[in-house]
Design a protein around this ligand. Structure first.
Ligand code: KIV
Length: 274
């Protein structure tokens, strides 16, 4: 009989129970060090396809792959034991059919140990949400501004800015709720719409640029730490200037090495001189 270390993460039903009780606190992570530092402070960690832009320096999120995101997710899972872990389905890995989505979602969860997947898409993707949920894969839907649609949207722009567009996003969210999604990420919508959707749904909304009317917030970690260069969205409050800390340390390191100021082995391990 094998004995496994017991990891008791926040579960999907627990997150659903936060609705109306407490805000869901969520951030992205792509690597072990950040995941380790944030785990016990958060309810949910997302291995977002935003790593394409933040971690790989790409102009959009479209070219990250199932294998790449699975590897990042595995690193995050190995370094955490508390937060619920959600991995993004990359562009092209789920839009073709529910079967394609299930195969790739199952592959990502098996490879990484993550708990759930997130998929961007409106009503048209609701059948896919249902297909996955009925087969045991929890789905976090993502509506409003959907970065994987950057080419059809003509850029990263606020969504739902007139009555018709707002109604469409509301219907998208309702469709995913009815299909069994456990929550909805609501990106880039005005407060009135964020509130309307949050009040309409029984499942939690997690906003990103969607106002405190949502049931929680998710942001890109590098944005709140000042590590995203000039790309920081206006709704992301910056809590620290980690870039300056890193830059200062690296300049000091470079100067030490140039001056030959680094320790000999003897000084590190008590090794005797021959
Ligand atoms: O990829 C991402 O980081 C996201 C956001 C919701 C944070 O989808």
């Amino acid at each position: 009989m094998s004995v496994h270390a017991q990891v008791k993460r926040i579960s999907v039903p627990q997150l659903m129970g936060y609705k109306g009780q407490q805000k869901i606190v969520a951030l992205t992570a792509y690597s072990a060090p950040f995941a380790r530092l944030m785990d016990d402070a958060l309810d949910l960690i997302l291995i977002g396809d935003s790593t394409a832009m933040v971690g790989y320096g790409l102009p959009d999120t479209l070219s990250i792959t199932v294998d790449q995101l699975s590897a990042h997710a595995a690193a995050v899972v190995r370094s955490t034991s508390h937060a619920c872990i959600v991995v993004d389905m990359p562009f092209g890995s789920y839009q073709q059919s529910p079967q394609q989505a299930f195969a790739n979602a199952a592959k990502m969860l098996a490879a990484s140990g993550a708990d759930c997947v997130k998929m961007e898409g409106g009503i048209v993707l609701a059948d896919t949400t249902r297909f996955l949920v009925e087969r045991g894969i929890p789905v976090l839907a993502h509506v409003g501004l959907m970065p994987q649609y950057v080419n059809t949207m003509g850029g990263f722009k606020a969504q739902g800015m007139n009555d018709e567009a707002a109604e469409r996003i509301l219907q998208d969210a309702i469709a995913h709720e009815q299909a069994g999604a456990f929550g909805v990420v609501l990106e880039g919508v005005a407060e009135a719409l964020g509130r309307r959707i949050t009040e309409t749904l029984k499942i939690p909304t997690i906003g990103i640029g969607a106002s405190p009317a949502c049931d929680g917030q998710i942001l890109v970690t590098e944005d709140i730490l000042g590590l995203s260069g000039s790309r920081i969205p206006k709704f992301a409050r910056q809590y620290s200037d980690v870039a300056t800390v890193v830059r200062t340390a690296i300049e000091q390191y470079a100067s030490d090495v140039r001056e030959g100021s680094f320790p000999a082995l003897e000084n590190c391990f008590g090794v005797k001189k021959p």
